[in-house]
Design a protein around this ligand. Structure first.
Ligand code: SF4
Length: 202
């Protein structure tokens, strides 16, 4: 099962590197997009503002802003439970105080190193195809250069997602107990156990 999934992901990565950025940029230009700087995608009152982050993005944010992982991330919610009742999840998400923890007076405090998901919103790739989330900026004017910037970022993000999943699967040993705590995040670096009832540690 694991080998089959790894083969599928390796095929996906071979296809991902062949994605035509020019074609992607043309699609983005045809859809149109202009960020209105409304910050709705960062705020809770306008819908799901969950931001999933890769381990390398967590490191970059922490190093750049002098923060600890415990200050900025939490395990993503999950229904997966092992035989001992421990929760298992496969993602980290940015902390929220309803709104994203980094939103201040309508501005992103980590703008220069915000995660891919923020840099590329409202676009994402699903099975290599361009998808668009709800956003008031859709349909706005965008030039060729900006369309290309988004296309390149989308391709980078898509390849990073597949690489992270391959690395995660390589380290995954199933939903087993064994660590300290009752929540386990499985990521590309292995298992991270922490307690559900205290401030979580990574
Ligand atoms: S990291 Fe920045 S851009 Fe991303 S949701 Fe938080 S405030 Fe918004």
């Amino acid at each position: 099962m694991k080998q089959k999934e790894l083969s599928r992901l390796k095929k996906a990565i071979n296809e991902a590197v062949l994605i035509d950025e020019n074609k992607l940029a043309d699609e983005i230009k045809a859809i149109g997009f202009k960020c209105r700087r409304c910050s709705q995608c960062c705020r809770a009152e306008y819908g799901d503002n969950t931001v999933a982050v890769f381990p390398f993005e967590i490191k970059k944010i922490c190093e750049t802003h002098g923060l600890k992982p415990t200050e900025i991330i939490l395990p993503a919610p999950s229904q997966d439970v092992d035989s001992q009742g421990n929760i298992h999840t496969f993602e980290w998400v940015l902390r929220k105080k309803e709104d994203c923890v980094f939103l201040e007076k309508g501005l992103c405090k980590i703008y220069g190193c915000r995660p891919y998901i923020c840099k590329t919103y409202p676009f994402y790739l699903l099975d290599g195809k361009l998808m668009v989330s709800e956003c008031g900026g859709i349909g706005g004017p965008i030039n060729g250069e900006d369309s290309m910037d988004i296309a390149l970022l989308l391709k980078e993000r898509y390849i990073a997602e597949i690489k992270e999943t391959i690395a995660l699967l390589g380290k995954f040993r199933g939903f087993k107990s064994g660590g300290e705590g009752n929540i386990c995040v499985h990521d590309s670096e292995g298992e991270h156990w922490m307690s559900n009832d205290t401030d979580r540690n990574r």
